[in-house]
Design a protein. Structure first.
Length: 389
């Protein structure tokens, strides 16, 4: 009972949770006000969805005089998606689900002669059909359309055709608004995620270097840092996929207007930082093995370990410099000649240390040689001089 009480005490109080939520909302509002970013994109998409719903209501309810103009704005607001391509795909799926719902509701009402019987006959089948992968997350609209059709007692063929026509009208309006009013172009996310990945790689190398100097081999902390780096890499891949999709079916003039300054980092950068992530993962694993007393290889110590920590520190600095260059659009990021000369000197010291270890035994040579090889791999991927030989 004491453990349960302590757990409840550790949970945030409602007032504290509310303050945290209010603070998060305030940060999002300030970020949207300051300039382009994810928060402003969400604001623009929300306003576009609202505008599409209002326009669909005006067309269906005012201009066409439909007293139950619900389907058009309903579909329009749902179809303002994160990309034009996804809007088109969702429109096709939703229209198919709506047609299935309306037709099955009409057939069920004709077969049973009562609204309750039609609900009992059609809704379970439509809910089951909603799990069909072809419908994606739009399948549930089949069941809701059937309920709406039966609730309004308009399940005859003409009424069903009218509802489907309204849904098609809403789809056209939603697609048009999304495609021609500030079309969503998700290119900035790639640059931000790539910069975040480079920064996270630098942080991980700095942490490892600091622990090696202090003699505190926090292998669990290194594993967690490596896992965070993997999640950053997955976020970059997701952002790259969104950027490709956001360029599909988007008009070229609008694409040029909406393209952020600086363009899109080349996909070769994704591959390069994927290799960096792999090298850091291999590095932390090697250090974890060397720190295990039950394993045969012994970790290096003394001056050679300090030199290795200094080398990782400088490579981490190069990762941070790359991150800053990516965020500073148009910046070329001059190489730090002093840092590169220091790296070359450290590499020379480590190679000399490797030759000394080779005369003392194979175990120390194996570990140091593996660590030096992984540092060389990181050097070749992150430092401009290393990338150019």
């Amino acid at each position: 009972m004491t453990g349960v009480t302590e757990t409840l005490r550790r949970q945030p109080r409602p007032t504290h949770a509310l303050r945290q939520e209010a603070t998060a909302v305030g940060r999002a509002v300030r970020a949207a006000w300051r300039g382009p970013g994810r928060e402003r994109d969400l604001l623009v998409q929300s306003l576009k969805a609202s505008a599409a719903a209002i326009l669909a209501w005006l067309v269906a309810g005012v201009w066409m005089g439909d007293p139950m103009a619900l389907m058009a704005p309903w579909v329009a607001v749902v179809l303002v998606q994160a990309t034009v391509y996804s809007s088109l795909m969702q429109a096709a799926r939703q229209l198919a689900a709506i047609c299935c719902g309306a037709v099955l509701a009409s057939l069920a009402l004709a077969a049973t002669g009562s609204t309750l019987g039609a609900v009992a006959l059609s809704v379970p089948l439509l809910v089951l059909l909603a799990n069909w992968p072809r419908f994606g997350d739009q399948g549930i609209y089949g069941a809701t359309t059937a309920l709406f059709t039966l609730a309004t007692s308009s399940a005859e063929a003409s009424a069903v055709g009218h509802r489907v026509g309204q849904a098609a009208l809403g789809a056209v309006i939603g697609l048009a608004v999304n495609a021609f009013v500030f079309p969503p172009i998700h290119l900035r996310d790639v640059r931000e995620n790539l910069a975040a990945l480079a920064r996270e790689a630098g942080n991980t190398l700095h942490t490892v270097a600091s622990d090696l100097r202090d003699g505190e081999w926090d292998t669990h902390g290194w594993s967690r840092a490596s896992a965070r780096l993997e999640r950053r890499l997955e976020a970059l891949r997701s952002a790259r996929g969104w950027s490709r999709e956001s360029l599909r079916l988007t008009a070229a003039p609008l694409r040029a207007v909406r393209r952020p300054p600086g363009g899109l980092p080349p996909e070769q950068d994704d591959e390069r930082w994927s290799r960096v992530t792999g090298h850091i993962r291999a590095l932390t694993r090697t250090l974890a093995v060397a720190a295990d007393d039950d394993r045969a290889p012994a970790p290096p110590a003394g001056a050679v370990l300090d030199s290795y920590a200094d080398l990782l520190q400088l490579i981490g600095d190069a990762c941070h410099a790359e991150s800053e260059r990516l965020l500073a659009v148009g910046g070329e990021g001059r190489p730090d000649d002093h840092a590169e000369s220091a790296m070359r000197e450290l590499r020379g010291q480590l190679q000399d240390g490797l030759r000394e270890h080779a005369g003392q035994g194979a175990d120390g040579t194996t570990v140091l040689g593996t660590l030096l090889l992984q540092a060389e791999n990181l050097w070749s991927e992150t430092v401009p001089a290393g990338r150019h030989g």
